[in-house]
Write a protein that binds this ligand. Sequence first.
Ligand code: BGC
Length: 745
Amino acid sequence: MKSVLILLIIAGMTFAIPNKPADKSVEIEKKVKKLLAEMTLEEKIGQMTQVTMQTISKTQGTKLQSHELDEVKLEEAILKYHVGSLLNVYDVAHTAEYWHEIITKIQDVAAKKSRLKIPVLYGIDAIHGATYTVGATLFPQAINMGASFNKELAKRSGEITSIETRASGIPWNFYPVMDLGRQPLWPRLWETFGEDVHLASMIGSEYIKGAQGDNISSDSKVLTCLKHYVGYSFPFNGKDRTPAYMSERTLREYFLPPFEAGVKAGALSVMVNSAEVDGIPTHSDYRLLTEILRGELKFKGVVVSDWEDIKRLHTRDRVADTPKEAVRMAVMAGVDMSMVPYDFSFYELLLELAKEKAVPMKRIDEAVSRILMVKFELGLFENAYPKKELLSKIATEEHTKVNLEAARETITLVKNDNNILPLSKKSKVLVTGPTANMLSVMNGGWTITWQGDEESLYPKDKKTVLKAIEEKIGKENVTYFEGTSFNADINTKDAVAAAENVDAIILCLGEKAYCETPGNINDFNLDHAQISLAAQLIKTGKPVITIMFEGRPRVINSIAEKSKAVVIAFLPGMEGGIATADILFGDANPSGKLPVTYPKAQNDIVHYDYKPLEFFDANAYAPQWSFGHGLSYTTFEYSDLKLSKNVIGKNEELTVTVKVKNTGKREGKEAVLLYLTDLYGSVSRPNKQLQGFEKINLNSGETKEVTFTLKPEQLSFIGRDNKRITEQGDFIISVENLKAEFKLK
Ligand code: BGC
């Protein structure tokens, strides 16, 4: 029996944004206090109220109808209800110029007509770029950023997204998603950075550092929002907004740490889990929202509800017997701002509750202070207006270049029999399948519209896979038949017949774009029509190269076994077509690695960091492709794995070095992954856990040494009493095929 050491983790929590001078925080605190003292109860409660653009619009702005602001309703919202925040768009992206017009009108009412001239905080889901700004740079989605294993790239995508969002006049981005992608059926899996705690924590933190920098009042930065705190991503049945069942240990071991990392990285807003954990709807969970988030994680920013979720404590969850009780519960649990979002009921009910003292003034002052604090941090009191000179910063050539590089780095080659890829540019190919000639399938939800599936609204100058291949090898060398839609035959026969005259078949399969609940599925297998198209093409004997554009790893076992090559592209964004063609024909060398386990069968859901029981008797980790798997057109050899010590004390760091050589003929990038295995523990220990990763570039023949530093807390886990502990004993470090052991004293 090993002795148990309680590890005191010095969290190193910083107030507000790291590196920000302390006197600025003090100065802001003073301003907040002064302003708060001048506010009426009504003005305070208005600050806690957030409504959607629809509430202040005459027409909704759909693809057939242009949007029109309702200035009477706008004045009512700001002057009568004192609303502090607005969000979104229904349901189509606007030009940046139009955003400027809208935001200017909104701030005009606040600045010129309201008593205290408190600027309005506008928020939006700029998930993979400025989603709702026409023509913005739209990056690979989060699941792809996980596949890049590239921290620099995550940071750069954060920087560019902030530049373009702020240039559109919007200072608040409801991103990043720090939910862990451990339920692959979940239709929001692609919004996560994957199944691993360390990967999600690091990629998310780097994104925040890029997006916020150390001064969010800058013209190129925005306020980020960690979502959806916490446990949202693990619905038992895989459907969106359904219950999660998790023990406190599971919550603390897997789902909480990425949020903790996000808080440490400086995020100043958090959005609440829209569903429930262990029977408690999170919007009513004082323990999660106050005791843990504030008490343990030391979060200082604003907690905003998710869409309509305070009302739903009454209408859906039935934990509150009236709408008013729902408001009381949520505010007292720790929600500072309500995304109401269609009316002013929250304002009216909270006003009643405050007058009746059912919600104490202290709690209202606390929430409003936090909201004012972020408005000061964002510099909105100095200037809340959009800046014309920033318009030229949207979709610059440089941003598009970074986006293309990102797409290339996030596409994962998982199978390449006899190095069939890259194909020669002299090949004749058949391009087929439902995702071959669409942009929406490469972008997914939160692209131009919420669902992202309005193909006709996509930019005409961006290239689908088909267009990019035609451009690369000449139209005369490409035959195209769609074959099937997502779920029905169109012209499979023609596609099969055309295979006769080509050297290779490029088969593009996958899912249509979707977001949230509309993306729920009952069957994890890819639709039958697509499987049948693949089977018929495979039968022709011509080599089939399968490319998957999808938001989650749909089961494709029969196709995977018989395709000569398989590329998991997930959702590579607006430059995904070019990037895919570059990889297929060798103009780019793939370097993505899977950020999730790719299951082989419907019920084969096991994570790479499985427990001993999951690999015992008939149980096994035998997925289609494992987490971290990804091929290159060059080869890498690992050697000289060295540890700074073989025995360490409980507060000591461990340095690990390893050499990686490019032994192939071409330049390539390699994500070097370091895993840790704790051999014995008082709670069953995972097979291995990712504890470090670095992406390096190597020329042919080049060798680099990669150094990792393991911090003491990286050896810890959640013990039987649900507290974080470290135990003495033996550990194994593994990098690729190399292993080294050490002992913790
Ligand atoms: C989603 C959030 C999003 C919010 C505002 C909700 O339905 O769950 O992720 O930020 O809408 O658009």
